[in-house]
Write a protein that binds this ligand. Structure first.
Ligand code: C2E
Ligand code: MG
Ligand code: MG
Ligand code: MG
Length: 282
C-alpha cells in the first residue's frame, strides 16, 4: 500500500517554532529543578479594610527565586506549570506553605487572613477537601483565616463538582473568593450557582474607574450585587488614594493594590504590615 512505501519524514517545524518548543522544554526542566531545590517563594500583598485602612489580610502570590534571573513573576512560568505534571507538586507546595505561614502569624498574635490562589489541577486530580482538612489539623490554623481564591477558568470544566467542593470547604469555615470577577463569560451564572463568600473585582475595572464611566458603572453594580447576595467585596489594583476613597464611598469592603503595598517576602510583610500596624482579626 501507499503506507509501506512512504518514507516517514520527521516533522519539520519552522525555526522559530522549534526554538519556542525547545525553550519551553528547557523551562520545564528548570521548573522541575526549581521545585526540588525549593526555589519557589510566596510573596504576600496586604489587603486592607477600606474604611479603617487596617491590614486585615494578605494574598499569597508565588514567585520563582531564580539563581541567575532573580525573582520571576507567575505569569512567566505558571502557564507552563499548569500544563505539566508539575502542576500538582507546585499547587500542593503553595497550599502547604501558605497554611504554615498563616499559622505562624497567628501564633505570633497576628490574625491575618491569607488568600491562596487555587489551580485547575486541584479540581481535576487531587482531593482538595481532604487536603484542606489535613492542613487544618497539621498546621493548627483557624479556618476563618484561610480564603481560597478561584477563577472562572479553573472550574470551567468542573462545573458540577466545584460547588460540592466549595460547600464542603465552606462548611469548615474556610472562605471562598471569586477572583478576577467580571473578566470571564459566565460571572453571573457562577454567582448564582456557587456557594461563595467574597467577590474580587478585577483590576482592569478598578484601575481607571474614576475617569471611565463604563468602568465606574460596572464597579458600582458589582459592589451592589455582591452585597445583595450577602458577599463581601474586595477591589484589586488600587493604585492611588482617590481610587481608594471612591471605592470606600461606594461601600466596597476591602482592597488591595500598589497604593497599600506591593507583594513582598514574608519577612518584609511582617516588618512593614504586622509589627507596626497591629493587624486585626478578619
Ligand atoms: P491574581 O490572583 O489576580 O493576583 C493579583 C495580581 O495583581 C498579582 O500579580 C499582583 O501582584 C497584581 N497587583 C496587585 N495590585 C496591583 C496594582 O495595584 N497594580 C498592578 N498593576 N498590579 C497589581 P502576580 O503576583 O504577578 O500574579 C499574577 C497571577 O498569577 C495571579 O493573579 C494569579 O492568577 C496567578 N498566581 C499568583 N500566585 C499564584 C499561586 O500561588 N498559585 C496559582 N495557581 N496562581 C497564582
Ligand atoms: Mg488571586
Ligand atoms: Mg485577581
Ligand atoms: Mg489574575
Amino acid at each position: 500500500s501507499a503506507w509501506s512505501t512512504t518514507r516517514l519524514e520527521p516533522v519539520r517545524f519552522a525555526p522559530s517554532m522549534r526554538q519556542a518548543i525547545e525553550a519551553r522544554e528547557a523551562l520545564e526542566i528548570e521548573l522541575r529543578r526549581a521545585l526540588s531545590r525549593n526555589e519557589f517563594e510566596l510573596f504576600y500583598q496586604p489587603q486592607v479594610d477600606l474604611r479603617s485602612s487596617k491590614v486585615i489580610g494578605a494574598e499569597a502570590l508565588i514567585r520563582w527565586h531564580h539563581p541567575q534571573r532573580g525573582y520571576v513573576s507567575p505569569g512567566a512560568f505558571m502557564p507552563v506549570v499548569a500544563t505539566t505534571s508539575l502542576a500538582e507538586g507546585v499547587s500542593a507546595w503553595v497550599m502547604e506553605t501558605a497554611f504554615r505561614q498563616t499559622a505562624a502569624w497567628h501564633r505570633a498574635g497576628h490574625s491575618v487572613r491569607v488568600g491562596i490562589n487555587l489551580s485547575q489541577c486541584q479540581f481535576s486530580v487531587g482531593d482538595l477537601v481532604a487536603e484542606v482538612e489535613r492542613l487544618l489539623v497539621a498546621c493548627q490554623v483557624p479556618p476563618e483565616l484561610i480564603e481560597l481564591e478561584v477563577t472562572e477558568d479553573i472550574i470551567l470544566d468542573k462545573f458540577q463538582q466545584a460547588n460540592a467542593v466549595f460547600s464542603a470547604i465552606r462548611a469548615k469555615n474556610i472562605k471562598i473568593a471569586f477572583d478576577d470577577f467580571g473578566t470571564g463569560y459566565g460571572s453571573l451564572t457562577y454567582l448564582k450557582k456557587f456557594s461563595l463568600d467574597t467577590i474580587k473585582i478585577d483590576q482592569t475595572f478598578v484601575k481607571n474607574f474614576i475617569l471611565d464611566a463604563d468602568d465606574a458603572a460596572i464597579v458600582k453594580a458589582t459592589i451592589q450585587l455582591g452585597h445583595s447576595l450577602g458577599l463581601s467585596v474586595i477591589a484589586e489594583g488600587i493604585e492611588d488614594r482617590d481610587t481608594w476613597y471612591a471605592l470606600r464611598d461606594l461601600g466596597c469592603d476591602q482592597g488591595q493594590g500598589y497604593h497599600f503595598g506591593k507583594p513582598v517576602s514574608s519577612a518584609d510583610f511582617e516588618a512593614s504590615f504586622l509589627v507596626s500596624n497591629g493587624s486585626q482579626a478578619a
